[in-house]
Ligand binder design. Sequence first.
Ligand code: URA
Length: 217
Amino acid sequence: MTATDRSDPPGTDPVEVAPRMADLDGLRSAAATCTGCELYAPATQTVFGAGPSSAWLMFVGEQPGDREDLAGAPFVGPAGRLLDTALGRAGIVRDEVYVTNAVKHFRFELRGSRRLHKTPAVSHVRACRPWLDAELRVVRPTVVAPLGATAGKALMGSSFRITESRGTVLDWNGFALVPTIHPSAILRMDPEDRDAGLDALVADLRVIATAGHEPRP
Ligand code: URA
């Protein structure tokens, strides 16, 4: 077979498809063939959001990591385990929340056989946005919680600063939006600072839990 004989199956254009899908299963299977940006090619698979469509809370992370790329599910690696610990301490049940990412393919660079996380570019966040908008439209959570700067900027724009707004309840497009730190940032802290980092994440999650009981803004 020559290169010109090769015909890849047509991919899914999120701009065209995502706004037309009415439920999470349809969105998930459409996103599985997304070719909206170049990140689909080296990644193992699309990592779509997970959780019930009745979720009261939606966490938005940055992008899947190495473990998530292999497992096909968000926040199942070290950052996810830390998030689970913090959720437990704040009395939030993970099975009742929806967890997703601003970018749904793992961006990495190869160092030998290791795949090292690479922060997604603004163009990747933009290309993936129709999937996130569709998840918000279908789930309609009471509270949206961006985890870290990439997710915060994806939703609030480039002037968003996590240090200024974490743990505060903002009114965003009819949702209560409460930004907080990304669990990976705690994992990157010096060991002696990690307990305080986790305590601060739990404090933000308690604000989120309270916002979930308030009427929609
Ligand atoms: N970090 C993220 O932002 N998302 C994941 O799913 C895992 C790690």
